[in-house]
Structures are given as C-alpha cells and as structure tokens.
Design a protein around this ligand. Sequence first.
Ligand code: NAI
Length: 250
Amino acid sequence: MVTGAGSGIGEQTAARLASEGAQVILVGRTVSKLERAAQQINDGLSEPAAVIFQADVTKEEEVQGLADFIEQKSGDLHILVNNAGTSGNSSILNMEESEWDRIQNTNLKSVYLVSKALGRLMINSKEQDEGEVNRSIVNVASLSGHKAGAKIPHYSSSKAAVINFTKSLALEFAPYGIRVNSVSPGFAETPLTEEGLKNKRFEEAIQRNTALGRVGRPEEIAKVITFAASDEASYMTGSDLLVDGGWMIT
Ligand code: NAI
C-alpha cells in the first residue's frame, strides 16, 4: 500500500512495486489521479495489480476506513509506504498556526495514524505467518529532515520528526519481525517541486548544490523505497536512506 500514490514519488513507487510482482493499493484524496496511476499499472496485465482507495490520511476515521477495506480484502498487508506529504513556504515569524498544522498533520500525523491502524493488521498477519515473510514499512522523509532550509521550518521539522518516529516504530515493531525504515529524497522533479523549478535560477542553484549536478527523477527515489521495503533489506531497520544526488556532501 502506498499513500499519496496519485502523483510523483508515490505513483512511481506503486508502479515499481507492481513491476516486482506486488498487488498494490494506491491511496490518496483525488480519485481521478489515483485512477490514472492505477490504469498505467494495469494496462496490458491480464489480472489487475493495482486498486485504488480514496482517503485523506490526516483523518483518523478515513484511515480506519482504509484499514477496514484491507481487512475485508484479505487483511494481509506486506508493505506499507507512507509517502503522502506536502510543503509550504514561510518564515517562522510570518507563519499562521493553520499553516504549521497543515504541514505537521500531512507529513507527520498521517504517518502515525496510518502506521498505527495498518501496523495492527501487519502484526495480526505476522502472527499467522509460517517461516520468514517480508513485512515492512517505509516512511518518506526528506533531505530537509537532516538540515535547516530557508522558509521551510514547518516542513523540515516535520521531516526530522518522521526520521525519528521511524526509529521508534522500528524498535516497537522489531519483536514482531516488521522492519521500519525511512528514505530521504533530495530534490526530485514532481508536482511538489514543479513551481519552484520553473524558476531557472532556483534550478541552477540546486544543480550547483548537488554533487551529481542535476535534479532527481521520482523513479530514482522509488527504486530505493522498493529496496528498503523488500527482503533485499532484510537486516535493515530503523535506518534512513539519503537519496540526494550528493547534496549533503557538497
Ligand atoms: P507530490 O505532490 O507529487 O506527491 C504527494 C502526494 O501526496 C500527492 O499525490 C498528494 O495529493 C498526496 N497527499 C497530500 N496530502 C494528502 C492527504 N492528506 N491524504 C492523502 N494524500 C495526500 O510530491 P512528491 O514530491 O512525489 O512527494 C512525495 C513525498 O516525497 C512527500 O512526502 C514529500 O515531502 C517527499 N519529498 C519530496 C521531495 C521532492 O523533491 N519531490 C524531496 C524530499 C521529500
């Protein structure tokens, strides 16, 4: 299951997981975006690999609806990717409380709500598992969770919290054999960054600050999320994988 799967990194992650053989549930608020993403995955397949579920992941009752939907289907969730997120632009002094809450709720509270509701399902399934069955959670954090960023204090603090929350969840879920990791993308070209990238000077500044000299592609982040989610990463939990084209080393 991937949240925020109607666009960008979430859409590419759902596609990548499906290409590796997963049945995926694409979760988001906008049905038209989810349908388009699911159709891309299902095109040409004899059996559809993707289904959609509409939910606002900041709302506990909608997240519970999602858990009920999965339980009715089979209850057997192997991989959860908490990817939904949003950003904004404001200094601390000029920020309205509502803007602070919007960012924290979307980026951090949603990870808690979804991990709690679906983590329960994963634990229940784990108890029925025979032998080693890969079950894991990947939270999408950010390079910004590792450093301060101008005019994004709400965003960077929410992502720093996601990295730390991931470690607590990893500790709590380790006895059940469920791994939990985060992936921190650098700057990738998605609807979230589209506006900023229209500014050539901004794009050039990113290229200058990135060792690889370019903005990332969402599928390059999706590959690493898929790795962390898979049993290829069977001895990795509580870790954060930075996928930033070398921004942190410049
Ligand atoms: P995006 O805007 O294409 O994707 C975010 C998705 O989350 C959208 O489809 C949006 O509708 C959905 N979403 C937002 N609030 C939601 C809610 N309350 N309930 C359900 N769905 C919701 O942007 P992108 O870049 O693909 O972002 C994905 C994740 O990657 C986010 O967590 C973002 O913070 C993170 N990220 C992105 C970077 C980038 O450069 N694109 C860099 C670092 C982190």
